[in-house]
Every structure is written in C-alpha cells, then in structure tokens.
Ligand binder design. Sequence first.
Ligand SMILES: [Zn+2]
Ligand SMILES: [Zn+2]
Length: 349
Amino acid sequence: MQLYNKYNKEELIQRLHAEDFERTTISFYRYVRIDDPQAFRDELYKEWFELSCFGRIYVAREGINAQMSVPSHYLDNFLQKLDGRPELVNMPIKYAVEDDGKSFYKLTIKVRPKIVADGLDDQAFDVTNVGKHLTAEEFHSHIGDPEVLVVDMRNHYESEIGHFEGAICPEADTFREEIEMVVDQLQEEKDRKILLYCTGGVRCEKASAYLKHHGFQDVNQLHGGIIEYARQIKQLNLESKFIGKNFVFDDRLGESISGDVISHCHQCGRKCDTHTNCANNLCHILFIQCPECAAQYDGCCGDECKTALHAPEEERDLYVKAFQRKFGNRKAFRKGFSQKIEHFDLRYE
Ligand SMILES: [Zn+2]
Ligand SMILES: [Zn+2]
C-alpha cells in the first residue's frame, strides 16, 4: 500500500478528465487534539485513497484543515468514515458553490506544526476564547449597518477579486501581517461591533481570539466563512452582499458569488478576476491575467519570464542562475513582482 502519490502532474490531470463519475468539492476544519499527527495522517491517506479522494489536507497536533474532492457516489461512505473517528465526528462540511468536480487532481495530506500558518504564539493568548459565531443570515443582516465594522481576514490577493460591501480589506500578504494590521488599524475601535470573515472560517477562529486578547469587546465571526454564506443566501433567496468572486485554494482558484468583476488585469488594467500562475516555472507567481495578455505573454507575468519560458534546453541553467541571482529564492522573486501576491500553495488555506 502506497502512502504518497507517485504519478506526475500531466498524467494525473489526464486521468481526472477521463473519469466517468462526478466529484463533489468540500472543505472542513476542526481544532481538536491529535496526539500522533503522522499516524493519523497515514490512516486518513489509506482510507481516503481507497475512496479515490483528492485534495490538500493539513494535519497538526492542534487539528485538521481539509479542502477536497470526493467521488459523489462515495460521499455518504466518506462522511460515515469521518463520523467513525472521535476526532472528526459530526464535522460541519462546506460544499463548493461552483463545482465542476475538477478542483483537485491528487491527494496530498501533510503534517504541519499548525493547521493554518498564522505565525502566532499560541501560548501567549487564550486560543479557545473565540468570537461569537454568526450564521450567514445574521451576518448578512449586519452588513451595511454604519455602527458595525466588517473586516476581511484574508490576504490582499483574495479580497482584491471579491469582498463584502463596505469591508475593511488590509493590504496584507500573509495572515500574520493581516492580523497585526487589523489590531493596529482598529486601535480606537475596541468598543465597536466587529464582524470578521474569511474563506471557510478557520482563520477567524484564531483572529477572533487574538482580537479579544487585545481588548476588543464585541468580536463576531462568519460561521463557515464565505463558502457557507454563498450557499445559504442562495437557499434563503437573499441578494448577496458579498461582491465578486471568492478566492479558493484549489485548481479553480475562485468561485463567482455575485457575478460582478471588481478587479483588473495586472498587466493591461482591463476588468478581470482570473488568477493564474506564471507559466515560467522558475517564477510561478500568482497574478491576475486577462485572456488577451495570456495570449500575448504566453501565460507569463512579463517579457522576462516569456523569454525564459521559451529558452532552449541548453540555456535553461543560465536562466535558473539568473533568476536566483536577481531574486534569491523563488518566494523573494514573487514578492519582488508585486507586494500584493503570494503563491497560494504556501498557505494552509
Ligand atoms: Zn490584460
Ligand atoms: Zn513570471
């Protein structure tokens, strides 16, 4: 029994598209004590591999955070198996709104120190003293109230393509930066009602506890995040107060919520909300690119990368060295292109 994927990306994507069954894209998380994350991870891998599940899952001593696609005919079976584990029983599952079933093409389960890379020292504050969870409908009813502060807890590249009406969207590259900026910017607002939201709710669990630790009195958070909000307002037949697209951490990169396009191509400025990774693998930066620019630059972020992309095999090493010399490691290069962008694989949600 293998415990890791062995095939290359092209092969896997081909297999995914050749499948003759539907997949359901789901996500869930829980802060729960897991004593042996590696053993737990291996068990999950075996179980979920047998059910042909794909996805990106993080397991830590503090819990689990999962984005996955499950073959629809195995979904009941999958949920039963979750319920069979005390750590995962009665898990609230979020279902994707726009789902073509092609969100993931392999199963990756990683053991990490934390389920979200928040950079916070959990010993320094009470992580269990979280904010009040609001249902989608409750959250919805507060949007537009001038007494209330709505804060987007996601990175800038996420809120750039979609956010709640009137939300504060800090120009942060990482969750750590974001959380410090919010505490800083809202110093004078500690008595106001604060409404936090993120993609699926997991980031707000830590953020709300951190804000309360810093003296914020009335901290609330959107239960289930934007994903659950989008699903529920559809059911309740309410008009979305989330405008634009919800950035998601799978191959879809975003699901449209209101149908509006609020962002622009980073290269030409045309209206566009399609994220892509630079086709030059040395760069791989995440950015917004319109179809015209994608054609002009062959999917690259600029002329430099386009040249590197088409370089003959024997010059490849020269480009690798040139990129390293100029930008150091890959992450530094990505930051160099724009302060706003970071590759989504580096994050845990
Ligand atoms: Zn463009
Ligand atoms: Zn590039």
